[in-house]
Design a protein around this ligand. Sequence first.
Ligand code: SF4
Length: 512
Amino acid sequence: MPQSADHVLDHAPLFREPEYKEMLANKKKLFECGVPDAQVAEQGEYTKSWEYREKNLAREALVVNPAKACQPLGAVFAAAGFEKTMSFVHGSQGCVAYYRSHLSRHFKEPCSAVSSSMTEDAAVFGGLNNMVDGLANTYSLYAPKMIAVSTTCMAEVIGDDLHSFIQTAKDKGSVPQEFDVPFAHTPAFVGSHVDGYDNAVKGILEHFWKDAVRTEGSKINIIPGFDGFCVGNNRELKRLLDLMGVDYTILGDASDQFDTPSDGEFRMFDGGTKLDDVKAALDAKGTISLQHWNTRKTLEFAKEKGQETASFHYPLGIRATDELLMKISALSGKVIPEAIRLERGRLIDAMADSQSWLHGKKYAIYGDPDFVQAMARFVMETGGEPIHCLATNGTKHWEEEMRAMLDASPFGKEAKVWAGKDLWHLRSLLFTEPVDMLIGNSYGKYLERDTGTPLLRLTFPVFDRHHHHRFPLMGYQGGLRVLTALLDKVFDKLDDDTIIPGETDYSFDLTR
Ligand code: SF4
């Protein structure tokens, strides 16, 4: 055998050893009923054609690799932003294992969430007993301060009523009557994780605000939206707000929960918005959302309660950050200090230093609607051209807003906006209308391999690279980081293309 206790091989080299190669070849020959390699190659070539692209784009009844997750995942993420809050997902256990593993693989942190573990009997008779037992167990085993309930497909298909189930569980003594159990129905067969986030945050605010009377104060609420880069982004946001001297509440801050230190103590709960602050946030002067498409229902609710509202699209780079800071300044009456003005100037300087390398570069961008909007806007600020802008969970309204934004810039004229399309569609787009760079998440690595388009991992989930989420993307500092990432990709590619001595190395330059 190629490995022993003294010679342990990682799986990457292990399966290249002759024994494994032979085993895998036999498996293919004997059990996979494969078609000849030439036929596979021929079909592979056909999938790169315009003809196949048209058929692929006309596809209606099948989704292949959607760039989105289901609603409850967004609800679990949202709950992680509140003080000592345990996510309780009413439904099947496997779904919740998926949310936990998805979040933990991205953040490289444990993620706690419980399930009511509905099985066949609950599917037939309803999951009330699961709710009653589940809330009691969660309360006594994990001692949370709040339990935030959401649902999987299963509970939604049979129509379980969370409001009455939770009340019944309280009446049966699962948790004290006054214990906070906000809830949100999060049907996974419609919308995506961003809608689940929206429903969950709205559910939490409704729980605390619904019957309370508002007295307007001067604080500002900020809702970050579903954000895999919350660790870096929320801290950057707080730094900017502190520099401005703004009195604020971040409604849902998961930055500490997903970045606990290794100091010998396991923290099931860490950080998060204090529940007293959530209650008091009703009195805020206004609520600002950093991700419009993530928070439509929540903002509507804040507006109904009498607050001024405003929303942005994952503000990063120059103009988007300007707009955010000016809005915060107007709402809070605080001026933007010189220190931030200097940061802005430094980002502009960096962009000017490098503009010749990025001017005219073509991009494909995919992810959540706000992220795609933000990245398209930023690459245009660098002189780049977004060619394919794709959001599987994008709506008609998103498409229209994107179109208006792209049409307002000479760099956006060639762009096409693809709402509701998936990554298999994007594969066809990349083969037929190639670009210089692909911006997305780890799932893009298959597109990178197939089409040879360099991939930048800048949005959730990032499973196959570590710690990127610890650095901000938002604000001027975030813009600097994105700028650097774009440039690194350009230079790495250029080095690769010019690395053969005597053949391509005329431009293998030390100074770029
Ligand atoms: S789509 Fe439905 S079944 Fe699948 S993980 Fe989400 S809730 Fe569970």
